[in-house]
Design a protein around this ligand. Sequence first.
Ligand code: BGP
Length: 480
Amino acid sequence: MANTSKRFPQGFLWGGATAANQLEGGFHEGNKGLNIADVLPGGKERLKILQSPGFDFEIHEDKYTYPNHEAIDFYHRYKEDIALFAEMGFKCYRMSIAWTRIFPNGDELEPNEEGLAFYDRVFDELHKHGIEPVVTISHYEMPVYLVKNYGGWRSREVVAFFEKYVKAIFSRYKDKVKYWLTFNEINSGLAMPIMGLGFSIYNEEDKYQGTFQAYHHQFIASSLAVKACHEMIPDAKIGCMILYAPTYSYDCNPENVMYALQEGRIFNNFCADVQVRGEYPTFIKRYFKEHNINLDIQPGDLELIKQYPVDFISFSYYMSRTEKKHKTAAEQGDGNIIGGIKNPFLKASEWGWEIDPIGLRITLNEFYDRYRKPLFIVENGLGAKDTVEADGSINDDYRIEYLREHIEQMREAIEDGVELMGYTPWGCIDLVSASTGEMSKRYGFIYVDKHDDGSGTLERKKKKSFYWYKEVIATNGEKL
Ligand code: BGP
């Protein structure tokens, strides 16, 4: 008999998601070291830099602005912000720890007490309001020192520094944090090497070799994190985090179907297969051969990866991708961050991200069919420009519509049999955009008075979606 209840499962984790470098600010405070995000300029150049092979990782104040240096000042305003999350009824809050607050350069012998104490205060504040922290260990913020001196994830030495960082935070927060995520959007390094893999000098010739060697190191680091988590916090769960975009064939031409399958497997499944199944997928062997990739795999690596897969799968979902083997320049999509061609059935956001709620149901089913592990949607949302009306209200009906349509598809997927743990829409409070470095691409239920040129009072205001989401949570998804 069909389940007619519109409610979500009991204990469903409704919440919101952010990342340290996009909201904290205080980039020099508390002995924090520089991370990649601290040296990435805002504005037009940013996306080009992210997708390009090389970058000098210096701060050039005369030439660029660095929006995350102040960001939205969560570093000083976390109490006020957490109180607003609590008012919406958040059951959980996804956030990240900045590695450089704990180990400013990345290779110190001892962790930085001021950094540790900051997150203690944040976790205590969350628990005071009954909100469960969901913590990303590494969200696009490798220490610049490790990039410059070791070459980022291409260096095997970085694995040990990461393991040390992970053990330091597990040991400190073992009683406060029970949900951990390893690397944010680990597969994004395939499209954006700087953020995903922390490369310093990276050239076209060794693009494939360098990228996949770096991935191998991240996979070892992921397994070491799972091992440490299970040993140090037996009642905690640790997941991977994948940027998922279901990949459609443009038409039923088998050539295009095969092409879409191959593109989708590399982008969506390669990292997840290793982190979840604990082994390199069979299809990657041919890919490695064709791209002349010879991984340096040391004795014990594959056993470690096999022994310590993640407990659950978290992922971000913003868009689907449509592919065709031979595409013309005119067919190329102009905004979808992971490429593909324009899908004639879909509308796109102002930034060209194609809006596809059914794609979320497809994603949930594809994940669950393939891995049979609990799923957690830890990012989803609409980046849009908001207008503050004369009376101070912000009527973001477009955002409500976007979220409602996606939540409806989540409900369908649960009916399909998918095990879904929770939902944390991205940027629950306006913050700096990762791809543009700007404030005007807003996702929040809470508006922050801060603008692309850095001006603004940083005052927080509740948007219309704030009240809507509050009711969604209060009714456990029954009232959308
Ligand atoms: C994901 C990142 C986030 C976030 C989000 C929205 O890729 O994990 O950090 O920023 O996308 O992207 P953007 O800010 O570019 O709109």
